[in-house]
Design a protein around this ligand. Sequence first.
Ligand code: SF4
Length: 264
Amino acid sequence: MSNATIPRTSYSRLSTWLRCPRKYRLRYLDEAPEECTSAAMLFGVAIHEACELFLAGLKDQSPSSLDAMLAAFGRAFMDGAELAESTGTPVDWGTASRDEWLEKGAGLLAAFQAGVDRGIRVLGTEVPFSLELVPGRIVDGVMDLVLDEGNGRVRVVDLKTAASTYGPDRLDYDLQPTIYMAAARRLYGQDGQVDFEYWLLLKTRTPQFRVLPVVRDSRDFAELIETMAEVDQACLRGVFPRLRGFACKGCEYARRCAGQEART
Ligand code: SF4
């Protein structure tokens, strides 16, 4: 089978199905237009852009100043909001105003600047991969940051913004580290010599920057393969139940999802 004909997936696709199969169908199969844009999503993208600016600069021994990061963040956030409004997907600001989001971002970036280890050796930022990680299945993704730890070891970092820190469930079972560590082994040829960390920017009253290391082993990889196969089977059989719960609040497909519910 050539690469062009091998089915593809990604962490985003898998995690979307696992969180709500109906949302997976609406987003990836029906390609339904989103009904709104979450301010938290715009915020995460803008913070990401500012941190990436800093880390790419660090790679060239010239990390960006906090002012440059704030400017990049503000620009990305406002551009994202404008684009959303102009394309008919109004921003859902949630309980905070636009200015409060901007203020929150400034606090988080200051916490990041104060807490980040400037002695890291950056191998790459925004490193894309597209690999046949399991037979018959290409997995696509982008690693936020890859660090050289010396002695042939690399560390993959995924930068996140979140309202609260990750608990043991996410640290122990989330599929992203499993996928990204497997990809890094392929890309960097470091069989068994890959670490993974979440760098978490916490939108708490006092903004915090936390580093959360994650461990995965061959059993986790075996579980990933099984999960991919099961999600494939469910999709082939048209199994896309709604997973009603907290995530429905602010879901980009809430009206469409409810409309389908009314008709069935
Ligand atoms: S509204 Fe809830 S059940 Fe429906 S697609 Fe969104 S998250 Fe899933």
